[in-house]
Design a protein. Structure first.
Length: 412
């Protein structure tokens, strides 16, 4: 399985050459790829959509004068400055928030975003970051919400539906979700406090108390902030990419950067733990995608595991085939099928299917307000809506569009 078998446009080849390490085996050098006619608008759009625009800008700005158009060079330099300025805002917001949480006796672990950039590059302003991700204990969740609100953050559902969630909607949210999303409008900073790394429908069981025991610290914005230990961060990055179907090159590059930076990772121990939890394929998938897409050699001790997983190759190829062809999955059902296939154990695939089928979300709770004694009714409500009413509505809309096309053809 290789990207070499895919008919790639020159723009995509340039994108991958920028994200790959300069010494990566195979493929043409970046300088050779630039010696052709390219649509730079396509390159820039792909870089932005895949969250790798700072990496691409750095590599292109490092080329010889005349290798890229002068106006593009100016735009890339401005983009890097804007990205650094934005990360400076996020870094300051992170320090402010961690201090406020600490004052409320809430310990939070920052991961991804500026923290991940600081770990892998030593510079927290380099990564393209859209929000701040924190892991908080379930017992500290209410205190974390109060702290965020005191700092003028508001839960995003309020903006979506024009009001706070009702108690029943909130119960449904907590039963399904793994995180809140808060926004502070004055500086457009998003914060996602997580109590888990994946929604309950994915049936992912991790040892969260141990994450605090294995936590480490990293310098961000001139401060030492707590973050996940490497033995937890790598699995979390692989689970996060799997949760979203690996639709962004940035998530693959994150895995590659972490493995490249920390060659002393105890991968054998990490793989053993993930195997015991039925998450080995998700781990191997992140490493295999870094190998196939970014030409990152598979770490020692993983080649046999990758070769021994007969289902891994098929899932990896599905992701690669659609990675640069569409932005999102056509339906949630398609993403759920892929998530199910990312599990190597039949029992986990069954759990994923059952939880996905029978777990109502806050949207179902929003359809009607029921007393606690009738909360069981939200399950048949979800089944009727998702598997009867919604498919009928979609079929009706398709039929209506078809009738309109026919009418247009036969109109005088």
């Amino acid at each position: 399985m290789s990207l070499a078998s895919t008919k790639m446009q020159g723009e995509l080849q340039v994108l991958l050459a920028c994200v790959r390490e300069p010494s990566a085996p195979g493929g043409q050098s970046l300088e050779a790829l630039l010696d052709r006619e390219l649509d730079w608008t396509v390159v820039v759009r792909m870089a932005l959509r895949h969250g790798v625009s700072p990496i691409v800008a750095e590599r292109l700005l490092g080329t010889l004068p005349g290798a890229i158009p002068d106006d593009l060079r100016e735009a890339l330099d401005e983009h890097l400055q804007d990205n650094r300025a934005r990360n400076a805002v996020l870094g300051a917001a992170l320090v402010e928030l961690l201090d406020a949480l600490d004052a409320s006796n809430v310990t939070a672990l920052s991961f991804k975003g500026p923290t991940l950039a600081a770990l892998t590059t030593g510079d927290y302003t380099t990564r393209r970051a859209g929000d701040l991700d924190l892991l908080v204990r379930w017992s500290d969740l209410d205190a974390a919400r109060v702290t965020l609100e005191a700092l003028d953050y508001r839960e995003c559902t309020e903006f979506d539906i024009g009001r706070p969630m009702t108690s029943s909607e909130h119960r449904g949210y907590l039963r399904y979700q793994c995180e809140y999303a808060f926004l502070r409008k004055r500086d457009n900073v998003y914060v996602e406090p997580h109590w888990a790394v994946a929604p309950k429908t994915m049936a992912i069981d991790l040892d969260y108390p141990r994450m605090w025991q294995r936590a480490r610290r990293v310098d961000v914005a001139g401060r030492s902030v707590p973050t996940l230990g490497l033995a937890d961060l790598l699995p979390v990055l692989c689970i996060h990419g799997s949760k979203h179907g690996w639709t962004r090159l940035q998530w693959i590059a994150d895995v590659a950067a972490l493995v490249d930076k920390f060659s002393d990772l105890e991968l054998a121990d990490i793989l053993d733990e993930m195997r015991s939890r039925g998450l080995l394929r998700m781990m191997l998938l992140g490493l295999e995608l870094a190998h196939t897409v970014l030409a990152k050699p598979l770490p020692d001790g993983t080649r046999a595991a990758v070769a021994g997983d007969r289902g891994l190759s098929r899932v990896s190829q599905i992701i690669i085939d659609r990675l640069f062809n569409s932005e999102e999955f056509a339906s949630s059902a398609a993403l759920n099928r892929l998530r199910r296939d990312m599990r190597e154990r039949a029992v986990d695939r069954i759990h994923c299917t059952l939880r996905t089928t029978f777990t109502p979300t806050e949207q179902h709770y929003r359809m009607c307000s029921l007393p606690s004694s009738l909360s069981w009714f939200y399950v048949p409500l979800k089944l009727g809506h998702d598997y009867v009413a919604l498919p009928l509505h979609v079929a009706w809309k398709r039929r209506r569009r078809g009738n309109r096309r026919v009418s247009a053809h036969i109109a005088p």
